[in-house]
Design a protein around this ligand. Structure first.
Ligand code: GDG
Length: 483
């Protein structure tokens, strides 16, 4: 049996310590859900970091963690706090993340970060090489591990490797700023299949390969001496049924079963039945365009005073990367804007913006999705944006309107939504009005089309198709060598 091993920065479990007892908590993110379905079938291992620095535990506790993870099919790559700081918070989140999201002015090109990135990628590659048997497949994930495919290929040229990038691949004119652009491309080209959310990212990648290395490229095949590398688009889906079924349960709950948040939201409609909820959910990240959204909402209230008591923006900002200065600055900016809007247009009975700076349990997330009339998502750059897909999956009676930024990957699958440029605040303000006034028939017609599309291509299909392509490329590679 050929196994498939998954390599990602984080393992699909986090470590929980309660009263000196260490336990594992499964992650619920999109990647973990999609991958669990494939890696169990292929009997492979999951190689990754458990999310805690080695110094945070005694050597014996770390061994315990390692053993627990081994039992779950995982191989641990331990990272010291210096590595967490320079590799993860450094090169990943202060170099690659801003550059690939077109935030040039935020990029930190410290050579110390780069050196750590190389060393940590080598650790991941070495651990993977230890577990590979002949004929196995490897699937490496995301921007934290772009050198890993090349490092594995160097030692095991016979192994078929896939790589998937979860964030945008920027245009060559941006990518070329990176002092280590050649090394990153060489790393990626160690894979036999390089996957992206959209065709645009694939195109940018191919153009960087052509311009930096001059390799011959026919359609999406890159010819490198004795082998070829295939680039392709695989738009990531969500666990559609999970969200849909949870939303079904939410609307059928009796009063006693309802969460406190659910009851609070219902009270609003009880007091003012005409009130509409506009939902905004993201990690607090500068790529998500949160200040743009707030300014557009402010403009909307300024321009259409009749909505001043009728529209509430429910904004969930999930804490993220607090140690990076730009994230601290963004938090202050968002809080100031929320304060300004509430100060200007709020009254005893009405708060224009309900702002939550925290992460909510899954149940509450689905309640927000299913009770909001409009989803307002305005990233200035976003690889995909799974929140948009989750909102759609949670709309049981097919009402609800999606306003989505044209700078996201998800927009390619949502032509029926209201598509906006997040930098055009007047356009966003008009879109809010259009969404709030959209006739129910039109809402249903648009929503039904998007729902059908997302239901068909869910996260399981996504993983299945990537793996099927990986197997096809194994054959193409063999044919190519025997020619
Ligand atoms: C990266 C790329 C790409 C959010 N708040 C809570 C919560 N969430 C969950 C959502 C969703 C996930 O987090 C966020 O996913 P996104 O795709 O929207 O954004 P990123 O975190 O930036 O993800 C992105 C993605 O990778 C996948 O390839 O789409 O472009 O940037 O699943 O549900 N979950 C819970 N409570 C919260 O408060 N439980």
């Amino acid at each position: 049996m050929n196994k498939l091993h998954i390599v990602s920065n984080r393992l699909p479990f986090s470590i929980v310590t309660q009263q000196d007892q260490i336990s594992l908590k499964p992650s619920v993110g999109g990647l973990a859900t999609g991958m669990k379905s494939v890696y169990k079938d292929f009997e492979g291992r999951w190689i990754g970091w458990p999310g805690v620095a080695t110094e945070d535990f005694s050597a014996s506790d770390f061994e315990k963690i390692d053993t627990m993870l081994q039992k779950e099919g995982c191989e641990t790559v331990p990272l010291s706090s210096y590595e967490v700081e320079t590799f993860y918070e450094g090169f990943c989140n202060r170099t690659i993340w801003p550059l690939f999201h077109y935030f040039n002015q935020y990029v930190d090109y410290s050579p110390e970060f780069w050196e750590s990135y190389v060393k940590v990628n080598q650790k991941f590659a070495d651990k993977t090489i230890e577990v590979i048997d002949d004929g196995d497949y490897v699937w490496v994930h995301d921007y934290q591990l772009m050198l890993v495919p090349g490092m594995i290929k160097k030692k095991r040229p016979d192994i078929i490797i896939g790589f998937f990038l979860h964030i945008p691949f920027p245009s060559y004119e941006v990518f070329r700023f990176l002092p280590w652009r050649n090394e990153i491309l060489e790393g990626l080209l160690g894979a036999d299949l390089v996957g992206f959310h959209t065709y645009d990212y694939e195109r940018h990648f191919l153009s960087s390969v052509r311009r930096l290395f001059g390799y011959e490229i026919s359609f999406n095949r890159i010819h490198i001496e004795e082998r070829i590398v295939l680039a392709d688009a695989f738009p990531m889906g969500i666990d559609y049924d999970k969200f849909h079924n949870a939303a079904l349960q939410t609307i059928s709950k009796t009063l006693r079963e309802k969460s406190q948040l659910h009851q609070e939201l219902e009270k609003v409609f009880f007091v003012s039945p005409e009130r509409k909820l506009i939902l905004s959910i993201d990690r607090l990240d500068y790529s998500k365009g949160i200040p743009h959204r707030l300014r557009a909402f402010e403009k909307f209230l300024e321009k259409y005073p009749e909505y001043r008591t009728k529209a509430t923006l429910v904004m969930l900002a999930v804490p993220s990367r607090n140690s990076v200065p730009q994230y601290q600055q963004l938090k202050r900016e968002v809080e100031e804007l929320v304060g300004r809007i509430n100060g200007l247009y709020g009254s005893v009975n009405y708060s224009p913006v309900w702002y939550f700076y925290r992460s909510l349990p899954f149940e509450n997330l689905v309640e927000l999705y299913s009770m909001s009339d409009v989803a307002l998502l305005t990233p200035v750059r976003d690889g995909m944006n799974l929140v948009a897909k989750e909102y759609v999956a949670s709309r049981i009676n097919q009402t609800g309107v999606m306003i989505i930024s044209e700078m996201t990957g998800v927009v390619k699958e949502m032509a029926e939504a209201i598509v906006i440029n997040p930098n055009n605040e007047d356009e966003v303000a008009e879109a809010i009005k259009q969404a709030l006034e959209m006739p129910v028939d039109e809402q249903r017609a648009r929503m039904a089309v998007i729902q059908n599309r997302l239901k068909r291509y869910d996260v399981f299909k996504w993983a299945e198709q990537f793996v099927a392509s990986l197997k096809r490329i194994a054959q193409i590679q063999r044919d190519f060598i025997s020619k």
